[in-house]
Design a binder for this molecule. Structure first.
Ligand code: 9Z3
Length: 322
């Protein structure tokens, strides 16, 4: 078994080495009010993290290290959680995929809009309408989007930097602690494991005239540890494990569960992540696979993941209360 990370040193590192965003208290209060309101209305609340992180190499940043994550997993999962009756806090990277809107990002807006009336493109003023033949699902999606908006069921919170992500996740965990086991964490963001501390970062643009670049990066603190132990100890916590080598995937997922003692790990491999995942819990292991038929019918794997986890969450709540 892995040595358990020391929680207090992680909290210390977080406050010393990662700049606290100025709006963190305000956002925390917003999240706490959202959670209280929905829990009182009998809803469960899920905090979804989504998207990649970028890690700056210079303090006046010209260059940064990024990763592949599009935020699609988080955005589509948010929709399935909403369909399952959850209220959703969507902690996502600025400009990563967003629930509902994600479906229309590949269309050029100007190609699907037209002037109303017979004169069509010849007109140069008047009402603009959408060509629904080019966006067959738009009415259905717009209706659902408006229902979610009118019910204030989705609270979007953005992060840009790794520091913002870490502090906002901490604030979210503390904000949700008041609703105990009704809270779920669904940590799908692809967060950098490495960073350069502000004290070791050059201020100005790194000069290529100095020759080849060697970087030394530090480990990002394992924030899952204080989240599970201290900030939201009663919540149902799901982390994600990504590998490129499928032969080590399940072992790594089990090790994460042993180390952090949370409830579930969704294990996935980069290339097959849209069609295959394994949900690993201390007692179970469920393979979720999309068949060719599923793909033809536009079934998404997030539908299966969310259905698996919402059932596990319901059982978890019953056990906690019993
Ligand atoms: C995931 O594994 C997500 O499923 C993906 C989704 C990021 C692969 P997309 O955003 O992709 O839909 O394009 N997220 C967690 C990845 C991660 O970095 N996990 C770390 C690890 O595996 C920390 S738990 O060690």
């Amino acid at each position: 078994m892995m040595a358990e990370p020391r929680t207090s040193s992680i909290e210390g590192k977080l406050s010393e080495e990662f700049a606290v965003p100025s709006h963190v208290d305000e956002v925390k209060e917003k999240m706490a009010a959202f959670a209280r309101h929905h829990a009182e209305a009998g809803r469960k609340v899920v905090l979804i993290t989504s998207g990649g992180t970028k890690v700056p190499l210079e303090s006046r940043t010209v260059r940064f290290l990024d990763n592949f994550s599009s935020g699609r997993r988080g955005a589509s999962s948010a929709e399935y959680f909403l369909d399952s009756g959850y209220a959703v806090i969507f902690l996502h990277r600025h400009r990563s995929l967003y629930p509902y809107v994600r479906m229309f990002l590949t269309v050029n807006m100007l190609d699907v809009l037209q002037f109303r009336g017979a004169e069509g493109a010849a007109a140069n003023s008047g009402d603009v309408v959408i060509n629904q033949q080019l966006l067959p699902n738009i009415a259905k999606v717009l209706k659902r989007y408006n229902e979610v908006k009118d019910g204030t069921l989705l609270l979007p919170i953005e992060f840009n930097t790794l520091s913002e992500y870490l502090h906002l996740l901490k604030a979210a965990a503390q904000a949700l602690s008041s609703i105990g086991s009704k809270a779920m964490f669904y940590l799908a963001a692809a967060v950098s494991d490495f960073y350069i501390p502000a004290s070791e970062m050059p201020e100005h643009k790194i000069q290529s005239s100095n020759g080849p670049l060697q970087l030394s990066m530090k480990m990002v603190p394992k924030i899952l540890s204080p989240l599970v132990k201290d900030w939201a100890p009663q919540a149902f916590v799901t982390s994600f494990k990504l590998e490129t080598d499928s032969s080590i995937l399940i072992d790594k997922a089990r090790r994460a569960l042993d180390t952090y003692r949370h409830q579930a790990v969704v294990a996935n491999v980069l290339d097959s992540r849209r069609g295959y995942v394994v949900v690993v819990t201390p007692e179970t292991q469920a393979e979720l696979i999309l068949t060719d038929e599923d793909v033809k019918n536009e079934v998404e794997i997030e539908d299966r993941i969310v259905s698996n986890l919402t059932s596990a969450h319901t059982k978890f709540i019953t056990q906690q209360e019993g």
